[in-house]
Design a protein around this ligand. Structure first.
Ligand code: 9L3
Ligand code: MG
Length: 135
């Protein structure tokens, strides 16, 4: 039996000066549409995880950050039917620009303890506890 392909995904907990964290709604038509995720996306072949996250934050939210502002926080894996997702979460407190959903996706800022009650993708959920302990 062949192992499932692994999909490497990076995401950011963007934390504002009040300690709130940005969530982005997954757009209609995409896998897990309507759930609220830590923004990010797939690592492309030949990319470092940090470069992928910087690119995704630029493409999805229109903000600029740099590798020195991305602190690795935690990771989790989740098995889907056709692939195995490995999700790496970085904490980011410094960026340029104001996040807005480039594809029309809605955004919300929430306190870490309120994340447990939000409909997040299954790979994101197990990250909340570690994130809460870290920040
Ligand atoms: N995903 C899960 N949690 C996240 C992100 C950014 C992504 N915080 C999952 C959803 C998709 C896959 O990773 O199955 C790839 O994400 P995208 O490229 O569709 O954003
Ligand atoms: Mg994405």
């Amino acid at each position: 039996m062949n192992p499932l392909p692994v999909r490497m995904v990076v995401a950011a907990a963007l934390i504002d000066p009040d300690g709130r964290i940005l969530l982005a709604e997954r757009p209609a038509g995409k896998h897990l549409a309507g759930t609220w995720e830590f923004p990010g996306g797939k690592v492309e072949p030949g990319e470092t995880p940090e470069a992928a996250l910087i690119r995704e934050l630029r493409e999805e939210l229109g903000i600029e950050t740099e590798a020195s502002c991305l602190a690795p926080a935690t990771f989790a894996s989740h098995g889907y039917d056709h692939f195995h997702l490995v999700l790496m979460l970085y904490v980011c407190r410094k960026w340029q620009g104001t996040p807005h959903g480039h594809d029309g996706q809605r955004l919300r800022w929430e306190r870490v303890n309120d994340l447990f009650a939000i409909d997040m993708p299954p790979a994101d959920r197990p990250l909340i506890g570690t994130l809460a302990a870290l920040i």
